[in-house]
Design a protein around this ligand. Sequence first.
Ligand SMILES: [Zn+2]
Length: 202
Amino acid sequence: MSPGRGGAIALTFDDGPDVRWTPAVLDALRDADARATFFVMAERAVAHPQLIARARSEGHAVELHCVRHVRHAELTDEELEQDTATGLTMLGGLGVRPRLWRAPWGTVRDHSHVVASRHDLRLVHWTADTEDWAGAPADELVRRVWPELGPGTIVLAHDGLGPGATREDCAQTVAMIEPLVSAARARGLRCEPLGRDGEPLA
Ligand SMILES: [Zn+2]
């Protein structure tokens, strides 16, 4: 396929915003002419509203990750409802109305779907995992997801350090962006935010 006609992938970044690394990720996305989706931790978003505003102004999507970064299986129904409602309220204060929701650790249970439906959220997973949290170099991160790059691919990466991170910083995630976008482009794939249906915008 020729460039621009092969569809789109979605780059997604969890666990931010981070005052140091989110700006670097945004710079790299801008330089690569790519748009992404940020699944944010609500308290971090409230602490750094300028990063949320910048991401949105540059064409990226801001969606819900969580308040507490806890597996849904470890929350009662009420706690899960409260975490979600609180996160939405916090993001609403920043003018953000999430339509998509990525659960902490990517794990859900039956009640997750009840809560999602109640708040008109669509649960979104990923199809290609950089496992960047573990600290591998950028070229390795690209190699991991490269075989998966095709129309509709959802790539998971992190612009903040979550509770599972075993690295000290997000520098390799930043360094991964240009080669990853180039690899996608070589296959005729654009990098677009996720739409309301949870698929990369066509
Ligand atoms: Zn996370």
